[in-house]
Design a protein around this ligand. Sequence first.
Ligand code: COA
Length: 371
Amino acid sequence: MSATRGLEGIVATSSSVSSIIDDVLTYQGYNIDDLAENASFEEVIFLLWNGRLPKKSELDELTKDLADNMEVPDEVLQYMKAYKTSEVHPMAALRTAVSQLGLYDDEADEMTEEANKQKAVRLQAKIPAIVTGFSRIRDGKEPVAPKDTLSFAANFLYMLNGEEPDETSVTAFNKALVLHADHELNASTFTARVCVATLSDIYSGVTSAIGALKGPLHGGANERVMAMLSDIGDTDRVDDYIQKMFDNKEKIMGFGHRVYKNGDPRAKHLRDMSRRLTEITGESKWYDMSLKIEDIVTKEKGLLPNVDFYSASVYHSLGIDHDLFTPIFATSRVSGWLAHILEQYADNRLIRPRAEYVGPDKQEYIPVEKR
Ligand SMILES: CC(C)(COP(=O)(O)OP(=O)(O)OC[C@H]1O[C@@H](n2cnc3c(N)ncnc32)[C@H](O)[C@@H]1OP(=O)(O)O)[C@@H](O)C(=O)NCCC(=O)NCCS
């Protein structure tokens, strides 16, 4: 029995939620390129959860349901106010708050399909309010209640800033949400499926997934890309900076992928958004630096940008704090986690692989006083 490091290439489940085949990403059979150009995030949520695009009345109903469920229990907000917010990363705050949400949901352990679908709506709706609420609380402001006239993307920006966003920002943010919604059996989705395959509840599944997304090799990469860009500061410094990272054998955040061999199909959309948005803000240097880094890393190492590389300058251009980038990833990806959780419950079997034992053999117990 020999192990495959990092489960590379192992097919661990079957799923109809999304696929990566020959470097093409689809959600329920719809090419991500098509969805990124045309779909609202609400449509994508419906698609991931139901396997088909919604009719107009179904879309209206889901949109209303999400807006109606956005408010976060006051107990959770009060708890956030008690944190030493300056020392708490928003991903840690989100992970804790989502776990707490389960305490205030009477149906938390109700395992019928209907109850789980209702909880999925609640979780999807409340996560943006938690992320934006935490951001405001740490800035000494009160959380802003959502408006039921706004789309999911617009509501996020509204709850974050307290004023209605312009059309360009909403379009860009909606597209970013669509692009991050699901991604086959990525680390956080696998985590969620492993958790709920024990028949644990949906809040536990999403809490575990947030923990996995937080890591720098997964969703945490986008914040670190922005830290790198800020540290470089100017296009002229890119060459030396990246060369030094190569010399120190450091990983360049936002590059490489376990599955894609010829590039992440989401990156081109984010690159294009980064170019347009940085032009609008008059800060093209973020895009120029990113482009130069891409050129060097691709030429020198043969590595291509992934979803996290250009999303950094996109979110920065939307005026979003850098440590909120990964929570925004979670705000979108929870739609995929929930789709996979519902799929797992519908045809469940405990996920319990084996380990190749490489420890010592035939050890003899020696009493502590004789060791
Ligand atoms: C995404 C990632 C975790 C995939 O990991 P993986 O499939 O286990 O690939 P490995 O880490 O084993 O990388 C294979 C080789 O490429 C190198 N490599 C991979 N990504 C790299 C990067 N971003 N910068 C520099 N080198 C990289 C590794 O050092 C390794 O080289 P080696 O064989 O000489 O040791 C990895 O590419 C990475 O760490 N990227 C940066 C973090 C990131 O952007 N994460 C978001 C993913 S969407």
